[in-house]
Design a protein around this ligand. Structure first.
Ligand code: MLC
Ligand code: AMP
Length: 507
């Protein structure tokens, strides 16, 4: 049946029928069972359909993490619509771009942002703006409350779109990665098996749900397992420490693990029920890996992925989890390392990682030429990550061919920040680099030239009006001129080493 290809139908087919089986447990101890979840999702699906949202229509969502946010995600799947989640840190100026590009039928925003979002919606002739707050209250919830609990899952083919997830562009504009029902289903099924999910598994969910890590990797695998998810609004080391003795799985970015290590309470006894600690979205330092094992007896399982493909490689569940490597290609994914023109390189040589598999996205929304540039003729997608593959097939990410900074698991493209800096009065030129940061892994530093009257705090404050907080440089340095090579290109490696100790000096 075609509706089996709707990801919701697949997830729902694994929901336990038991009225007592909790899908979610909140921090106050309240729960939502799997049978309840399905009924609520139907109400949300009816609500979305009443707004005219149908197959292929986009729904842009910029709201705080809440269960209602999950209901919306599942309801959008069920309706056959295309879910377009946005980072809550994005400013109205940033949201305006995403809305203009995605052209959604419905926008869901926080009640506090209603005025700004309504203005954006009217500028782009978007029919409906509804609201949901951090507690799941708002006009969207009211609409859903009034609906019936029956909704037939809309049939979808594997290639039909389920999501549009934006990923910052190397060349200015952010690109919407088109993810299909087939992409998401294949990755969830593969990870569910590979990570040996078992009855009784309980996941601690502390990631944001506007990126593939928290939204797809964590939620879809747990739903496939009919697992209980302990639902946290955000990461807080102390809260997690309190929950570890009742859980079996934690998924996080490296910052989760360095912050947990900083808590003296972390010890093997606390982790007695834990089966699996998974890390990804940014490189996990070998030092963190080692310290975590010494403190807990658990070897963190590091995996590697990206928005365009979900998960790509993983260290083994059974077998050696090697620090500093991201493991083997997933069973249904092919990986190779290639030179600049796509020439495959032998094991042991560094090149750009290229990938192929059922998880790889359908292309960038509205950008057929950009999409074509990022794929080889034989269907491999060029990730932009520099990697080396060992004789036995282990992949190590050794750098980035793309000019990308990853701070606490969030991606930041220097070009976007340089563009905003160059607009500011008094700045002639700018260069933005990522330097080591003890908490976020990497952090953003700007180096500028311009008039002597420039003030660091004024620059930071001005950028915060335009850019999400995590992108705003944490320091700005003034120089007479930027270091350039003979071709006139700014030497970012030079700047990275010059400012390398900005956040780590004395640590
Ligand atoms: C918050 N801030 C950040 C930041 N997060 N700055 C830089 N980088 C970040 N990641 C800002 C805040 O606005 C605040 O600014 C200050 O830094 C300190 O905030 P905090 O309270 O310490 O931060 P916190 O809220 O605890 O968040 C840190 C974090 C969070 C690491 C828990 O960023 C997080 O959950 N990251 C996960 C990102 C993620 O899910 N990535 C997956 C992408 S998918 P001020 O000025 O107000 O003090 C992907 C594919 C794959 O990459 O492979 O998974
Ligand atoms: P995003 O565009 O947000 O999906 O981020 C994807 C990028 O995160 C990848 O292209 C990698 O550069 C990086 N990444 C994800 N997981 C890892 C990891 N385990 N080690 C190193 N880099 C990673």
């Amino acid at each position: 049946m075609r509706d089996e290809h709707n990801l919701y139908a697949l997830l729902n087919s694994r929901f336990p029928a038991d009225e007592e089986a909790a899908a979610f447990e909140l921090i106050d101890g309240s729960t939502v069972s799997y049978p309840q979840l399905d009924l609520i999702v139907s109400r949300y699906a009816n609500a979305l359909a009443s707004l005219g949202l149908g197959p292929g229509d986009r729904i842009t969502v910029q709201i705080e993490k809440s269960l209602a946010n999950v209901y919306l995600y599942l309801a959008a799947l069920k309706c056959g619509a295309v879910f377009n989640p946005l980072n809550t840190a994005y400013t109205p100026a940033e949201v305006d771009y995403y809305v203009s590009d995605a052209r959604p039928r419905v926008i869901v925003c926080d009640p506090a942002a209603m005025d700004a979002i309504r203005e954006i919606a009217s500028a782009h002739e978007i029919d409906h703006v509804v609201t949901l707050d951090a507690l799941g209250r708002g006009s969207m919830a009211e609409l859903a409350d009034a609906q019936s609990e029956a909704f037939a899952t809309v049939p979808r083919a594997p290639d039909d779109l389920a999501a549009l997830v934006y990923t910052s562009g190397t060349t200015g504009r952010s690109k919407g990665a088109m993810l299909s029902h087939g992409n998401l289903a294949s990755n969830a099924l593969t990870l569910h098996t590979l990570w040996a999910f078992e009855p009784g598994d309980i996941l601690i969910h502390a990631l944001p749900i506007f990126h593939v890590h928290g939204l797809y990797v964590a939620l879809n695998t747990s739903f496939l397992n009919g697992s209980k998810i302990i639902w946290l609004p955000k990461f807080d080391a102390g809260t997690i420490i309190g929950l570890l003795p009742r859980a079996t799985i934690l998924m996080g970015v490296p910052t989760f693990y360095t912050r947990l290590l900083a808590d003296p309470a972390l010890d093997p006894q606390l982790c007695g029920t834990m089966r699996l600690f998974i890390s990804g979205s940014a490189p996990l330092l070998a030092e963190t890996h080692t310290q975590f094992e010494q403190r807990t007896g658990h070897r963190i399982l590091e995996r590697y992925g990206m928005t365009e493909a979900g998960m790509i490689t993983s260290n083994p569940y059974d077998g050696e989890r090697r620090a500093g490597t991201v493991g083997f290609a997933l069973p249904d994914v092919d990986v190779r390392v290639a030179g600049d023109i796509g020439d495959p390189l032998p094991h042991g040589e560094i090149g750009i990682l290229e990938i192929k598999g059922p998880n790889v996205f359908k292309g960038y929304w509205g950008m057929p030429e950009k999409t074509a540039e990022e794929f080889r003729g034989d269907g491999y997608f060029i990730t932009g990550d520099m990697a080396v593959i060992s004789e036995d097939g282990r992949v190590s990410i050794v750098g980035r061919g793309k000019d990308l900074i990853i701070s606490g698991g969030f991606n930041i493209y220097p070009k976007e920040i340089e563009g905003e800096l160059d607009e500011l009065d008094g700045i002639d030129e700018s260069a933005v680099v990522g330097v080591p940061h003890p908490d976020f892994g990497e952090s953003v530093v700007a180096v500028v030239t311009g008039t002597s009257a420039l003030d660091e705090q004024w620059i930071i404050g001005s950028l915060a009006q335009r850019l999400a907080k995590f992108k705003v440089p944490k320091r700005v340095f003034f120089v007479d001129e930027l270091p350039r090579n003979t071709m006139g290109k700014v030497q970012k490696a030079d700047l990275r080493s010059r400012y390398a100790e900005t956040f780590t000096a004395g640590k």
